[in-house]
Design a protein around this ligand. Structure first.
Ligand code: ATP
Ligand code: MG
Ligand code: FE
Length: 350
């Protein structure tokens, strides 16, 4: 079966085609980063309007690349939430319009379930059960994923997400959004230990985390520096920041594996593209003879492929009655606020 995935929850329009037998056939992402830059953050109304401009063209592009037409589609998966209401509604409306015209089911997908399952598109792909570390622009959470649809929250950040801390650090160092890739590249030139930053909650016995104090510590280091523009100083700050974040996430990841007695770790979300984090987590997990999985680099931040794969898994888990209901349901509204545990399959939660 051919499934179209559509993502429009924030400032990226993503489309993708997945064949249930052959895997990912094509995917496209259009990012609105440049458009929002002048405003210092995502402007919801502009985001919605831009999704409207892009989504059909990006759908046609993936069909063309895969040598398919709309009538080849068997189902459509679309991000139902969480995210910006207006932005979500663009993807949802288009998915329903195409679904209605073709008489095919439209499946609403949770954005974080998409991130979490993106590594199913990697080779080798993880097998259930596993511990998931979801580390993105809005979330930093550990989940026990017993099987598809079963998501138990083990711990999370009590304040800022790790991605947000990357973005704020980048801003303090004079770099633009999104800050992750810039801070990561700058850190390569820095000297570990030249600047000391705290590792908040690293030794707390739970799986919760905190990153807002780290951001304040970066602010203090920058404001107190005699020459904050000095290239080596900036690189040392970036290095110290990356070291602190990776130390905390690695310590908590090891704790999560020990607590759950599982030996597979799946890392997901935008920050899972981070080179230093990938290396550090791989080292820690392999030391324990465990297995670690990351999404392909192009599928770490928001994209349509992760929505298509999550939709396909949902579709395959449906009973014939559920599938029939899905085919006849021609509208649903966006869920701007929606936790992943609320989206778990009721019959699949442990
Ligand atoms: P959420 O998925 O939680 O709703 P989001 O969709 O905004 O939030 P993602 O698209 O998953 O988040 O990730 C974006 C974040 O990932 C940004 O904060 C960005 O700085 C960070 N990021 C991207 N690449 C890297 C990298 N190489 N190193 C560190 N951080 C990165
Ligand atoms: Mg984004
Ligand atoms: Fe995301």
């Amino acid at each position: 079966m051919l499934i179209l995935g559509i993502e429009s929850s924030c400032d990226e329009t993503g489309t993708a085609l997945i064949d249930s037998e052959k895997g990912l056939l094509a995917h496209r992402i259009h990012t609105q980063i440049d458009m929002h830059r002048a405003y210092g953050g995502v402007v919801p109304e502009l985001a919605s309007r831009d999704h409207i401009r892009r989504v059909l063209a990006l759908t046609d592009e993936v069909l063309e690349e895969a040598g398919k037409t709309r009538s080849d589609l068997g189902a459509i998966a679309v991000t139902e939430g969480p995210g910006l209401a207006g932005a979500l509604l663009v993807g949802i409306s288009v998915a329903h319009a195409i679904g209605y015209a073709l008489g095919i089911p439209v499946i609403g997908v949770h954005h974080l379930e998409g991130h979490l399952l993106a590594s199913l598109l990697a080779d080798p792909a993880p097998r259930f059960p596993f511990v998931a570390l979801l580390v993105s622009g809005g979330h930093t959470q550990f989940m026990r994923v017993q099987k598809f649809g079963s998501y138990e929250l083990l711990g999370e950040t009590l304040d800022d997400a790790a991605g947000e801390a990357f973005d704020k650090t980048a801003q303090l160092l004079g770099m633009c959004y999104p800050g992750g890739p810039g801070v990561s590249a700058l850190a390569e030139k820095g000297v570990s230990g030249a600047i000391e930053l705290p590792r908040p909650m690293m030794h707390s016995p739970d799986l919760n985390m905190s990153f807002s104090g780290l951001k304040t510590a970066v602010l203090n280091a920058v404001t107190k520096a005699p020459n904050p523009e000095d290239p080596q100083f900036r690189a040392n700050v970036a290095r110290a920041f990356v070291d602190a974040v990776t130390d905390v996430l690695a310590a908590k990841a090891v704790r999560a594996l020990k607590k759950t007695r599982l030996n597979s770790l799946v890392v997901a979300g935008g920050v899972s593209a981070n080179k230093q984090l990938r290396a550090r987590l791989t080292q820690e997990v392999e030391k324990r003879h465990g297995k670690i999985f990351f999404p392909p680099l192009s599928l770490c931040t928001d994209n349509g492929a992760m929505i298509a794969i999550a939709g396909l898994k949902r579709l395959q888990a449906m009973t014939p009655e559920e599938l029939d209901a899905c085919r006849k349901r021609w509208s649903f509204s966006a869920k701007p606020r929606w936790t992943l545990t609320e989206a778990a399959h009721p019959d699949q939660t442990a």
